[in-house]
Write a protein that binds this ligand. Structure first.
Ligand SMILES: [Zn+2]
Length: 185
């Protein structure tokens, strides 16, 4: 009968192996709900060295446990190597997808999209604020605008420069304390 420490050790080891190798039988690749057991490659149930542990379905665990240690270890080595190659291929595919997505993203010119989105949002926000309170300091416009829209203050300042240019609806001026304020022309 397993004591609590052993049960806990088993659970920790199981999670570790599942994360390392994937949660399936190393030999036949069957997954839960098929019950998986922790295999000790050296046939020693007290050896909890991670290198010694792998997940196997009950059938294959029993099969390998009945073999001489050298044979058992070799089988595990072969299955592990195979599993590792497959997982590497899987990761390679994921990376390929990632690169492809990034290329598509670039082709769609997201920077321009994002820019025009931010700029529109910023413009709407700023014009509403100035309509309501007549003016805003330039620092406040850039910082709060950046916060509201989700861009950087630097970018907000660029939008602001357009809005206060000769063709924009806004103007810059200084108040009595020398603070730069933004208001309608
Ligand atoms: Zn199996």
């Amino acid at each position: 009968m397993a004591n609590r420490f052993q049960v806990r050790q088993h659970d920790i080891a199981y999670k570790f192996i599942a994360a390392r190798d994937g949660e399936y039988c190393l030999q036949c690749k069957r997954k839960p709900p098929v019950k998986l057991q922790i295999d000790h490659a050296d046939n020693n149930p007290d050896n909890w060295d991670p290198e010694n542990l792998h997940l196997l379905c009950q059938k294959h665990n029993l099969e390998l446990r009945g073999k001489p240690v050298a044979e058992h270890k070799k089988a595990i080595r072969d299955y592990s190597a195979n599993n590792e190659r497959e997982r590497a291929r899987e990761r390679g595919r994921e990376n390929t997808h990632l690169v492809k997505d990034m290329v598509d993203f670039r082709n769609a010119s997201p920077e321009m999209k994002a820019n025009s989105y931010y700029e529109t949002q910023f413009r709407e926000w700023l014009l509403t604020v100035i309509r309501e309170q007549r003016l805003i300091t330039k620092v406040e416009a850039a910082n709060s605008g950046a916060e509201v829209v989700g861009c950087s203050p630097l970018t907000a300042n660029r939008y602001l420069a357009k809005l206060t240019s000769s063709v924009g609806p806004l103007r810059e001026s200084k108040d009595a304390t020398g603070t730069i304020i933004i208001s309608f022309k």
